[in-house]
Design a binder for this molecule. Structure first.
Ligand SMILES: NC(=O)c1ccc[n+]([C@@H]2O[C@H](COP(=O)([O-])OP(=O)(O)OC[C@H]3O[C@@H](n4cnc5c(N)ncnc54)[C@H](OP(=O)(O)O)[C@@H]3O)[C@@H](O)[C@H]2O)c1
Length: 295
């Protein structure tokens, strides 16, 4: 890992839990770090560690050649950046937007930056605040490759792995959405499982070691089915949709017998039954990706 020049300066806009972690990692790496947040006072601990507190967003971005912005969503990014004074101060400088939102919003932000002579990279953070500054952090980036390479030493001060996914500015957000789709659907399943288990007199603590085992089944499935999904062949060897749908029906039945909403599982079961109706009963479960969207 190349280290940033100790004279390097970086600005962080947004001091929620993630923005504070990013600014803290820059400070730990020895970068001169200027911070600003909409609500004052969130920078006290960072200032005690050596950060410079800016009185306004325009003052903050003027302090460094690169600004990292990490706020709740792109409406908030727009509220901070799309003011004349801030856009003027950013002209000729670089914005690295690590806020999460949709690919379309990332493309819109990229177009706005280009119109205003601002160099722009879009990124996504795939791991929690506790990983920032450690090898466990995962960052995805998209935008001009030369700009990414030029700022990699600063990004590497945040620890973890950094992957440039391509020049198309929406690509990091697109990965983010797909990956968060896995995460939140799994979390919805876990929360539902806790309710069903509780109704059957099983505590979350009792379920936990076995829930962990279920989680561990998934990574090899992602590897094994990737090629099939890309080529459109869905081998159901060992676990065809006809078998999956029977297991899903048991979950719906047990949930509803306890008065627990089974809407999410009913939706998944419905898709599986549609695949069977179309003659794909002997295929694997990932066949339903074909029903959901065009190749
Ligand atoms: N926390 C995590 O573990 C994690 C992990 C991966 C990715 N992320 C992403 O990182 C981003 C920041 O997350 P976070 O954890 O720091 O907390 P957050 O609650 O998502 O964002 C809080 C930040 O957004 C600012 N904000 C909200 N509305 C604003 C507006 N209209 N104008 C200006 N600033 C506004 C807040 O300022 P005020 O203090 O003034 O309200 C604060 O600085 C999000 O996009 C999130 O999805 C977070």
């Amino acid at each position: 890992m190349s280290s940033p020049n100790r004279q390097s300066a970086v600005t962080v806009l947004g001091l929620g839990p993630m923005g504070r972690s990013l600014a803290g990692a820059f400070l730990d790496a020895g970068l001169r770090t200027t911070v600003w947040n909409r609500t004052p006072g969130r920078d006290r601990e960072l200032v005690a560690r050596g950060a410079v507190s800016a009185g306004s967003a325009e003052e903050a971005v003027a302090a460094s050649s690169v600004t990292v912005v990490c706020v709740v969503n792109y409406d908030a990014v727009d509220a901070v950046l799309r003011r004349e004074a801030v856009a003027d101060a950013l002209k000729g400088r670089t914005v690295i937007n690590l806020t999460a939102d949709t690919p379309d919003r990332a493309r819109d932000a990229g177009a706005w930056a280009a119109e205003h002579g601002i160099r722009y990279l879009d990124g996504a953070i795939m791991t929690p605040t506790t990983t920032i500054g450690t090898p466990a952090a995962v960052f995805l980036h998209s935008g001009p490759e030369d700009l990414y390479r030029a700022h990699l030493p600063v990004l590497e001060a945040l620890g973890g792995s950094h992957t440039h996914l391509g020049e198309e500015i929406g690509r990091a957000a697109a990965y983010d959405i797909a990956l968060l789709d896995i995460f939140w659907t799994a979390m919805a399943g876990y929360a539902h499982a806790l309710a069903v288990a509780r109704a059957e007199g099983i505590t979350a603590r009792e379920l936990a070691p076995f829930a962990k085992g279920i989680g561990e089944i998934l990574p090899p499935i992602f590897e094994e089915t990737a090629e099939e999904a890309d080529s459109g062949t869905y081998s159901g060897d060992g676990n065809p949709i006809t078998s999956a749908v029977s297991s899903m029906a048991h979950i719906v039945h047990t949930s509803e017998a306890h008065g627990i909403d089974a809407g999410v599982m009913r939706a998944a079961e419905g898709l599986a039954r549609r695949a069977i109706g179309l003659g794909h009963g002997s295929d694997g479960f990932t066949r339903i990706a074909e029903l959901l969207g065009r190749r």
